[in-house]
Design a protein around this ligand. Structure first.
Ligand code: TEU
Ligand code: CA
Length: 555
């Protein structure tokens, strides 16, 4: 089980309002007790923080706000001492514009680092010849064009994300060598692998032609399937990964399930796993808009995973991270305390019993919720700020609608400080400090201190669900079978590993109680896990499920 830490928001240890590495070290027992095997640490490197560390200025330095290299080494040793492992975030599709490679690169066309990035002449602008147009029509993920004009050399550079995140030119072999060297730097320190940020985007389309109107609807599809992607990942595997005992998981933005087998099939020696976005985005339309979805759609996704990914293609299971809303607000029901607790437990049950390595994001184990945003100035995220400029300041969207959508899907929901206790600032930082992003006001009731002590809490339930996952190899290696794909309210599936391990998971995905008749031939046995007390039904074939009730049986 992998637990993601967003260091800025986890624990501040020195009262500056920003989480840090010593703060993480302080809570390792908490993570160990939850049953965490691997910690994924979001970027901890030196960065001007245009995108909270996803814009790296120096890959070999720790961000000053997060501490020192000695703090990192102490944290790593303390993780290992608890038999956990650490993977770090490898952000190498782009760097910060303050990275010395880019500082050099932009100086002159003849600079030795010029070809570390992607520079092009603009296109003539008939209306205003002194302001050339971008080289092509690529949009940035963070609004506007993906090209930025740079006056010193009068060329544009490519940035698929923020203006301060220029894309590296992986077609340059020196870039690849330098990336593999920095990977070895951290691997030599003893880190246990990487989560790789937008890794499929590293191979650009030859000649960078304009996207067609069709391609413009989802540019990631093309960008993620560049011609040299697998060659580069295989080289990375050969020159860095294969020399260590490590785990890798790539962020597979823009890639279909069928395509992802190219990256993860173990015979191909690229990455171990990827995050496929099909499930986490099932309820999303364009931008921050919602999409109507049904439970059978989600089941189809998991069924496809079981069908398409064979024994050489290891899967991941996740529905949250630092780019998505809070798990319980997004897929459960946070409208009443009772349903929040039940639905958070139900989702934990699902994540820990589906097929693949489960990932939890910090605070999921507490059922932390979206922040009650009501105003634009409460947001910090560059994605929100750029979208606001493009949509609201141009009059394309009313401010109230923008705030409502960013409240529903914006990334700051999951980035508010971890709620450790009922103390001021939720114990994230000192009472006197101002946290870098506001603490969710519900911290007085939703916090780790309360939940660790309360045997009926989400945390304590998650602990049991993780333990169950670890206790039976069927949850790791077993077959997955959806018992009732078209049922719109109940998600029921089995995980089985012959000859003797047979588990049944039944999830009532909604507030309405339901009588659920099991398919022919299945009779429940011992109840191993359930999110409502007293669910002791005789070994029958009809289950009476309360709203958001979850159960795991032996059968
Ligand atoms: O995210 C890439 C990515 O998929 C985002 O475009 C995401 O879809 C969007 O932000 C959701 O609203 C990775 C990191 O996880 C993210 O935090 C970074 O901002 C981004 O790359 C650039 O490094
Ligand atoms: Ca701090």
């Amino acid at each position: 089980m992998v637990y993601q830490i967003y260091p800025r928001s986890f624990q501040d240890s020195n009262g500056d309002g920003i989480g840090d590495l010593n703060g993480i070290t302080k809570h390792l027992d908490y993570l160990q007790k939850l049953g965490v095997n691997v910690i994924w640490l979001s970027p901890h490197y030196d960065s001007p923080n245009a995108d909270n560390g996803y814009d790296i200025r120096d890959y070999r330095k720790v961000m000053r706000e997060f501490g020192t290299m000695a703090d990192f080494d102490r944290m790593l040793a303390a993780i290992k001492a608890r038999h956990m492992r650490l993977i770090i975030d490898l952000v190498v599709n782009h760097t910060s514009d303050e990275h010395h490679w880019f500082v050099e690169s932009r100086l002159s066309k003849g600079n030795p680092y010029r070809d570390y990035y992607i520079w092009r002449d603009g296109r003539p602008n008939p209306d205003d010849p002194s302001h050339p147009l971008p080289p092509n029509n690529y949009p940035s993920y963070f609004s506007g064009s993906a090209w930025q004009y740079d006056p010193p050399t009068q060329q544009f550079y490519l940035h698929l994300f923020a203006v301060k995140q220029p894309d590296l030119n992986w077609d340059n072999p020196r870039v690849r060598d330098d990336v593999f060297a920095l990977m070895r730097f951290w691997l030599d320190k003893g880190v246990d692998g990487f989560r790789m940020d937008v890794i499929p985007l590293i191979s650009k389309q030859p000649g960078l032609p304009d996207l067609t109107p069709e391609q413009l609807k989802d540019p990631s599809r093309l960008w993620a399937n560049g011609p040299r992607r697998d060659e580069y990942l295989q080289q990375m595997n050969r020159e860095a990964l294969s020399k260590y005992d490590v785990m890798t998981v790539g962020e597979a933005i823009g890639i279909t399930l069928e395509e992802e087998t190219k990256i993860i099939n173990s015979q191909r020696h690229e990455l171990n796993m990827v995050f496929n976005f099909d499930a986490v985005r099932v309820n999303r339309g364009d931008g921050y808009t919602a999409r109507n979805w049904t439970l059978p759609e989600l089941k189809t996704i998991y069924d496809n995973h079981a069908r398409v990914l064979g024994k050489d293609d290891w899967d991941t299971v996740f529905l949250s991270n630092h780019d998505n809303p809070r798990l319980v607000s997004n897929y459960g029901d946070d409208s009443t305390p009772e349903f929040r607790v039940r639905s958070a437990k139900l989702i934990a049950t699902m994540l820990l019993t589906l097929r693949g390595t489960p990932f939890l994001y910090q605070g999921d184990e507490l059922g932390m919720t979206n922040y009650p945003f009501t105003r634009y100035d409460q947001f910090d995220d560059i994605e929100v700020k750029n979208a606001y400029k493009e949509k609201v300041q141009t009059g394309k969207m009313p401010e109230s609608q923008f705030v409502a959508e960013a409240h529903r899907f914006g990334r700051d929901n999951s980035r508010t400080p971890m709620q450790w206790s009922a103390a001021p600032n939720a114990g994230f930082t000192t009472a006197a400090a101002k946290p870098w992003l506001a603490v969710n006001p519900n911290y007085k009731t939703i916090n780790a201190a309360e939940e660790v002590a309360n045997p009926n809490s989400i945390y304590r339930y998650a602990q049991r669900a993780v333990a169950l996952h670890h206790a039976h190899t069927a949850f790791v290696y077993g077959d997955y079978k959806d018992l009732d794909p078209t049922n719109t309210q109940v998600f029921a599936y089995t995980r089985s590993l012959d000859p003797s391990q047979h588990f049944l998971v039944v999830l009532n995905f909604g507030e309405k109680p339901v009588e659920y008749k099991l398919p022919e031939g299945i009779k429940v046995g011992k109840l191993l896990l359930g999110n409502l007390r007293g669910a002791t039904e005789p070994g029958g074939s009809t289950l009476h499920l309360e709203g958001w009730e979850a159960r795991v049986y032996e059968y």
